[in-house]
Design a protein. Structure first.
Length: 333
């Protein structure tokens, strides 16, 4: 079995490489990682093959996908990039991946989309067949890329579209590193609005496991056997699937649990290292802010390129935001 992971130098790509390496022990060179960015190779398993290439190059994509059984397409432009680059990569690049996979008879493409395709919905939970309204260039590009996936499914290519909630995990924390540093230091944590809105997140390990299951249960003898007797066979894995934590509470309650955990960790650290200079004296607290004014300020900061947050993130920050994972759990058991 040979697998190509696009966006391999990214946070998700690293976790995918590690998980697949652990579950395909002894299978040499099974995993190829493709990215335009540089790889920090020391972080990756030894049996990975590294490819530096741009998914916008259709000729190269055909060449690299030619010998692959599965393609996990996780490469994407970031929301704050230039609009042209976002559409060229997220739409044009995805088309190249799908076309190359179709021509090379790849068993399955797993496309990592986003719940940003739902925009800012008024009802929850959100289901896979709910209306898609992308906010900004990023959300719109993800919808167009999904539409390409649906069109290739009609042509006969097996495509799984994954819509994950914001996912967290070890190694690269991004903006969450700032949040955790503040919590470690016992600072007040500002939230948009009251913090009483229900907000679903996702552990990157759960996302990786779901992707793994889509691979091993489709187009593989073990997977075919498990689905024996199902009238649609591998087709049940086609289409869109929401992925998010099954258990979650409000922003405020989730943060308070992190505060308590951080406080207990500091207490344990103090007992082992009395001379540590970085010990917080207080436990963090949630600091509510007026959503209307904060969003206006964040919008201005985004336009001035002074903020790592884009419109969909802060527009949903004070609202309920959670998806139904019923289709996923029923399909993957």
């Amino acid at each position: 079995m040979k697998i190509l992971i696009t966006g391999g130098a990214g946070f998700l790509g690293l976790h995918l490489a590690k998980y697949f390496s652990e579950h395909f022990v002894g299978n040499k060179d099974f995993c190829s990682l493709l990215d335009i960015a540089e790889f920090d190779k020391k972080e990756y398993p030894k049996n990975c093959h590294f490819i530096k290439a741009d998914i916008r190059n259709s000729t190269l994509m055909y060449q690299y996908i030619k010998s692959m059984d599965y393609v996990i397409h996780a490469a994407a432009a970031l929301p704050l990039w230039k609009e042209k680059d976002i559409f060229d990569i997220n739409v044009g690049g995805t088309k190249n991946i799908l076309e190359a996979s179709f021509k090379n008879k790849v068993k399955r493409v797993i496309y990592v989309s986003s719940t940003a395709v739902y925009g800012v919905p008024k009802k929850h939970p959100i289901y896979e067949n709910d209306r898609r309204v992308g906010v900004g260039s990023y959300g719109q590009s993800k919808i167009e890329a999904e539409n390409l996936c649906f069109s290739y499914i009609k042509k006969g290519l097996n495509v799984t579209i994954i819509r994950p909630k914001t996912f967290l995990g070890t190694h690269r924390l991004g903006v969450f590193e700032i949040l955790f540093d503040w919590i470690h230091d016992g600072k007040k944590i500002p939230v948009v609005g009251s913090g009483n809105n229900r907000y679903q997140l996702l552990d990157v390990d759960d996302l990786v496991e779901a992707i793994y299951l889509f691979v091993v249960r489709s187009g593989h003898p073990q997977g075919v056997q498990r689905q024996q007797g199902h009238p649609k066979g591998d087709l049940i894995y086609n289409g869109a699937f929401n992925i998010g934590a099954e258990k979650f509470t409000t922003v405020k309650k989730d943060l308070e649990k992190v505060f308590i955990y951080a406080s207990s960790e500091r207490s344990e650290s103090r007992s082992h290292n009395k001379n540590s200079s970085r010990q917080a004296r207080t436990i963090s607290k949630v600091f509510p802010t007026p959503a209307f004014f904060v969003k206006k300020a964040l919008w201005l900061f985004e336009k001035l390129k002074l903020s790592p947050l884009y419109q969909w993130v802060y527009d949903t920050a004070d609202k309920d935001s959670f998806v139904s994972v019923k289709r996923l759990t029923e399909t993957l058991n």
